[in-house]
Design a binder for this molecule. Structure first.
Ligand code: BGC
Ligand code: NOJ
Length: 816
C-alpha cells in the first residue's frame, strides 16, 4: 500500500493523505538555521545546534505523535457555530476535503481544501538567512464571500532543549517576550547572558496576538482546539514566565474566487553584545538590524526570489552526478533523494531527527567521516573543512573523541574515546577527498590534537597516527583490539555491564587486552591500502614498504585467526573465544566482516571471499535485506554487551542494519557479481519498498537505519529514518561500484559491474571541472570492458586527465 508517489520531474515526493504510518518528514535549511518539518507541518527549528539553540519546542514520544510544530488555523468567522480547521491537518485533525504534501529539495508544500477554502503553504529557509518562511495563499472557491480568521502559532523553546525539558523550577519564571509593531520577539535570558532572540512576524496587520500559551489555548486545552481560535479572538497576552508562544491573528475577507497571500516569518537573530539594547542601558531589544531583514522577507517578491535561489542551489548540487539506468528506483534515489539525504546527514551527522532528540549526540567521528564519502563530490570545499574539524578532535595517540559538539567543535567528554575503529575512517575520508579533488595541499594543513593550541601537525601526520593507533593495539592473534566497540557500537566485549541504565559503551570493566575485532582488521587493510597509495605518491618509499608489510600481516591474521571455515569471524571476546563462529550457539555469522574484509580484497585469490559471500546469501539474506547476524541472540550475554540487549531481529541484534548492506554490495562487485549486488541494493532501496509502505512505515524516499529482520516479531518494519550512514554507503556502492564511476587519485575511473540483464546505462558526472558524459553498453554477459574517450579506445579503466581547456569528455564503455 502507498501513501503517495514520486514526482521525479519536480524532484518531489507527493503524499496524498495526512495519516502516514509515521510522520514523514523533510529538512529545511543548510547553513545555520534548520527546521524539521513533517507532512502535517510538525517538527521544530533550531540555530546551528539542536540542543543548545533550539528555537521551538518538540516533545518526542508524545501522543498523538508529532502534535507540535507550525500551527495554522483557518476559522470561518461567518459560521454561527465555531468552525475552524488546520490546513495541514494537524493539530485539529478535521478531515480535509483534499490534501497533498510535497516534500522537495529544501522546501515542503502543503495544499488542502476545506469547505470551499483552498490553502497552499510553502515552507522554506532562504539561503544565507536565519529564518523560515511560511508562504500561505488562501483562496475562496465558494460562490459567496468568505469572512475568515487565520491564526498561526509556535511554541518557543528556552534555547537549551535539555534544560527546557527538565529545569522547570527556573524555566517557569524566565520566559519573556516583546511585542512591537505586530512582531513577537521571544527574548528569554536576553537581559542577562544571551544576545540572541527569536521572532515571529506576518505580512498582514494583526487583529490580535497571544504570547502566553494557556491564555491562547485556554486552561486544560490542547493545540487541537485553542480557546482563542474557538472564540475568534486572541487575548493580547504578554507572557511573564510559564510557556512562551507566538500566536498571530489575522482577519481576511475574500470575494468569490479571490485569493490572498500571507507570509509568516519565524527566525533567529544575534546582536552584538555591546549593542544589545535600544535605547542603550534599557532592557529593550535593539531591533535596528533585524527589522529590515524581517521586512524584506515579508515582501512576496523577495520570498519568490529566495525560493528560486533555493531551487537553483539544489539543482546545481544534484547535477554533479545524474544517471539513467534501467531501474527507475535506482535513478530517483541516486539523482534526487539519496544525494539529498546525504547532504542532510552532512549537516547533522546523527544529532537531530525524529529519533535522535538532538540533545544527546553531537557529530560522530566515524559517522561524519563515512558521510563524507557520499557528499565530497557535491561540496568538496565543505568536505575539506569537515576533515579539518574532525582531525582536530583526534588525540595525540591517534585515537579520537567518538563525538564532538557542532557549536563548540570540541570533543564530547561524556562519551570520550577508545572506539578502536574510529581513527581509520579518517584515512578513508581524506583518501576520498584527494581522489575527488586532486587537492594534495590538504595533507600539509596543520591541525591541532584535541583542539589544543600549539599541538598543530599536518593532516598527513594525523593519518599516520590513525594507522599507528591500530598497529599499537593488537591482540593475542595479531588482530586489532576492539576497545569499547568498533563500528558496531553494541558489540561491547570489554564492558560486562550488569547495572540498569549504565552506558554499555563507557562502563568498561576489562583491561581490553584480549578482545579483538576482525572487522577492524578488514577496515585497517582497506585504510592502509589508501595510506600506501598516498605515501607512494608523496615518494615516502620506506613508509610504503612498512605499510605493505602491515597489510600483508593483517591479511594473514584475518585469513587464519579470523577465518571460520565458511566465513570470516566477527571477533574474539574477552576470554579469547570466537564471536561469529559456527562454534557459537547464537550469533554464528555477522555481516560486517564479510563485507569489510572482501572490500579490502582479503581472500579474493584463494576463494575465501566468494565463500564468505555465499554464506551471506545462505544465512543472512532475506526479502527485506541482509540481516546483521544470525541466529539472533535470544538472551542477554554479559560478555557481548548491548548487542544482545535488543529483542531478536531488531537493531544490531539481527535487523537489516542498512548501513552494512552496501559493504556486501561492494564486495559482490569485487568478485564480479553485479547482479547479486544490485539484487541486494533493491531489497533495501526505499523507493523499491514504496509499495509496502504499510509494512515499511518510514518514508519511502530516504533510508532508515534499520528494517526489522527475519527473526523479528514484526518483519520488514523500518525505524530511525534520515540520519544514517546507510545514505552515503548505498550511494557509494551503487554509483562507484555497480555503475563503477569511481574517482581515483590520478583521475576518474569507469569500471562498471552491472547485472547481466541490463543493456547499459548513461550518466553525467562532473569531476575536477570537467563534464564526463558516459555511455555504457552491454554486448555480452560478462564484465570485460573496453573504454573509448571521445571515440578513441583506451586501455584499462582510468580516464586520462584531459587538457586544461577541455570542459566536456565523452566516454563510451562496451561490456562483453
Ligand atoms: C546504536 C544504538 C546504541 C547506541 C549507543 C548506536 O550506534 O545504533 O543501538 O544504543 O549506538 O550509543
Ligand atoms: C549508529 C551509530 O551512529 C554508528 O556510529 C554505528 O556505527 C552504528 N549505529 C552501528 O552500531
Amino acid at each position: 500500500m502507498k501513501y503517495g508517489w514520486f514526482d521525479d520531474q519536480n524532484f518531489e515526493y507527493v503524499i496524498n493523505r495526512p495519516d502516514t504510518p509515521l510522520p514523514w518528514i523533510n529538512y529545511l535549511g543548510n547553513e545555520a538555521y534548520f527546521s524539521l518539518i513533517s507532512n502535517t507541518a510538525g517538527g521544530y527549528s533550531f540555530y546551528k545546534d539542536a540542543r543548545l539553540r533550539r528555537i521551538t519546542r518538540f516533545r518526542y514520544n508524545n501522543a498523538p505523535l508529532d502534535s507540535e510544530g507550525r500551527f495554522i488555523y483557518i476559522r470561518d468567522d461567518a459560521s454561527e457555530k465555531p468552525c475552524f480547521w488546520s490546513p495541514t491537518w494537524n493539530p485539529t485533525k478535521i478531515p480535509l476535503d483534499s490534501y497533498e504534501c510535497r516534500h522537495g529539495m529544501g522546501y515542503t508544500k502543503v495544499q488542502s481544501k476545506y469547505s470551499g477554502i483552498k490553502s497552499d503553504i510553502t515552507y522554506f529557509i532562504p539561503i544565507g538567512h536565519n529564518l523560515e518562511i511560511w508562504d500561505l495563499v488562501i483562496t475562496n472557491d465558494r460562490d459567496e464571500p468568505a469572512d475568515l480568521s487565520i491564526f498561526s502559532a509556535v511554541e518557543f523553546c528556552l534555547w537549551d532543549a535539555l534544560d527546557d525539558a527538565t529545569n522547570f523550577q527556573r524555566n517557569y519564571s524566565i520566559p519573556e517576550v516583546e511585542v512591537v509593531d505586530g512582531i513577537i520577539y521571544h527574548k528569554s535570558e536576553y537581559r542577562e547572558r544571551r544576545s540572541h532572540f527569536a521572532f515571529f512576524a506576518c505580512s498582514e496587520p494583526l487583529a490580535g496576538f497571544d504570547t502566553q500559551r494557556e491564555n491562547f489555548l485556554g486552561p486544560y486545552r490542547g493545540w487541537a482546539a485553542p480557546l482563542a481560535v474557538e472564540k475568534g479572538e486572541a487575548g493580547g497576552s504578554i507572557c511573564l514566565g510559564w510557556q512562551p508562544i507566538g500566536a498571530l491573528h489575522i482577519k481576511v475577507t475574500l470575494k468569490p474566487g479571490e485569493h490572498k497571500r500571507i507570509i509568516f516569518v519565524l527566525g533567529y537573530h544575534e546582536n552584538q553584545e555591546e549593542d544589545k539594547f535600544d535605547p542603550p542601558n534599557s532592557q529593550i531589544i535593539n531591533k535596528k538590524h533585524v527589522k529590515p531583514v524581517i521586512a524584506r522577507f515579508l515582501r512576496p517578491e523577495e520570498a519568490d526570489r529566495a525560493f528560486s535561489t533555493l531551487r537553483a542551489y539544489w539543482m546545481d548540487l544534484l547535477a554533479k552526478l545524474q544517471v539513467n539506468t534501467p531501474d527507475v528506483h535506482a535513478n530517483r534515489m541516486i539523482n534526487i533523494w539519496n544525494a539529498y539525504q546525504i547532504l542532510i546527514t552532512y549537516n547533522f551527522s546523527r544529532s537531530a531527527s525524529y529519533f535522535e532528540s538532538g540533545i544527546g549526540r553531537g557529530m560522530g567521528f566515524r559517522d561524519s567521516n563515512q558521510d563524507l564519502l557520499g557528499f565530497v563530490h557535491m561540496i568538496p570545499e565543505q568536505a575539506r573543512d569537515r576533515i579539518l574539524d574532525l582531525a582536530a578532535t583526534q588525540f595525540p595517540t591517534g585515537g579520537a573523541y567518538h563525538q564532538y559538539q557542532p557549536m563548540t567543535k570540541r570533543g564530547n567528554h561524556d562519551i570520550g574515546s577508545n572506539f578502536n575503529d574510529d581513527p581509520l575512517w579518517l584515512v578513508l575520508a581524506v583518501a576520498a577527498y584527494l581522489k575527488e579533488t586532486g587537492d594534495w595541499s590538504i595533507l600539509e594543513e596543520a591541525v591541532p590534537f584535541d583542539n589544543q593550541p600549539g599541538s598543530e601537525k599536518p593532516i598527513y601526520v594525523h593519518l599516520q597516527k590513525s594507522i599507528q593507533y591500530t598497529l599499537e593495539r593488537l591482540g593475542p592473534h595479531g588482530l586489532p583490539l576492539i576497545g569499547r566497540a568498533d563500528w558496531n557500537d553494541c558489540l561491547n566485549l570489554n564492558s560486562f555491564s550488569n547495572t540498569p541504565g549504565q552506558s554499555f559503551q563507557t562502563s568498561t570493566s576489562k583491561d581490553g587486552k584480549i578482545a579483538e575485532s576482525v572487522f577492524i582488521a578488514g577496515l585497517f587493510v582497506l585504510a592502509a591500502r589508501e595510506m600506501k597509495a598516498i605515501a607512494r605518491r608523496l615518494g615516502n618509499n620506506d613508509e610504503v614498504d612498512g605499510l605493505e608489510r602491515s597489510i600483508e600481516k593483517m591479511g594473514k591474521a584475518v585469513l587464519t585467526a579470523g577465518w571460520d571455515g565458511e566465513w570470516f569471524r566477527r571477533a574474539n571476546d574477552a576470554f579469547g573465544n570466537p564471536v561469529g563462529s559456527k562454534e557459537c550457539q547464537e550469533g554464528q555469522i555477522f555481516i560486517e566482516p564479510q563485507g569489510m574484509c572482501v572490500m579490502a580484497e582479503i581472500g579474493i585469490e584463494d576463494g575465501k571471499a566468494q565463500q564468505a559471500l555465499d554464506s551471506v546469501q545462505k544465512y543472512l539474506a532475506c526479502q527485506h535485506g541482509i540481516v546483521l547476524l544470525s541466529p539472533a541472540y535470544q538472551k542477554y550475554y554479559l560478555h557481548l554487551g548491548e548487542i544482545s540487549s535488543y529483542p531478536p531481529g531488531y537493531k544490531e541484534n539481527g535487523s537489516v542494519f542498512c548501513h552494512t548492506n552496501p559493504w556486501v554490495m561492494i564486495a559482490e562487485t569485487k568478485i564480479g557479481r553485479g547482479g547479486q549486488a544490485f539484487d541486494y541494493y533493491s531489497r533495501i532501496n526505499p523507493s523499491a519498498r514504496e509499495q509496502q509502505s504499510e509494512i515499511h512505515r518510514c518514508e519511502p524516499y530516504v533510508y532508515a537505519q534499520m528494517i526489522s529482520g527475519k527473526e523479528a516479531g514484526k518483519q520488514g518494519e523500518a525505524k530511525n529514518s534520515w540520519l544514517t550512514g546507510s545514505a552515503a554507503w548505498n550511494y557509494v556502492a551503487f554509483t562507484q561500484h555497480i555503475l563503477g564511476i569511481r574517482p581515483d587519485y590520478d583521475g576518474l575511473r569507469i569500471q562498471p559491474v552491472i547485472p547481466s540483464g541490463w543493456n547499459g546505462f548513461t550518466a553525467v558526472r562532473k569531476f575536477r571541472g570537467v563534464d564526463y558524459k558516459i555511455q555504457v553498453k552491454r554486448i555480452g554477459k560478462g564484465n570485460n570492458l573496453q573504454l573509448s574517450v571521445d571515440g578513441t579506445p583506451i586501455s584499462g579503466t582510468l580516464l586520462p586527465i584531459p587538457a586544461s581547456e577541455v570542459a566536456e569528455v565523452n566516454v563510451s564503455v562496451l561490456i562483453r
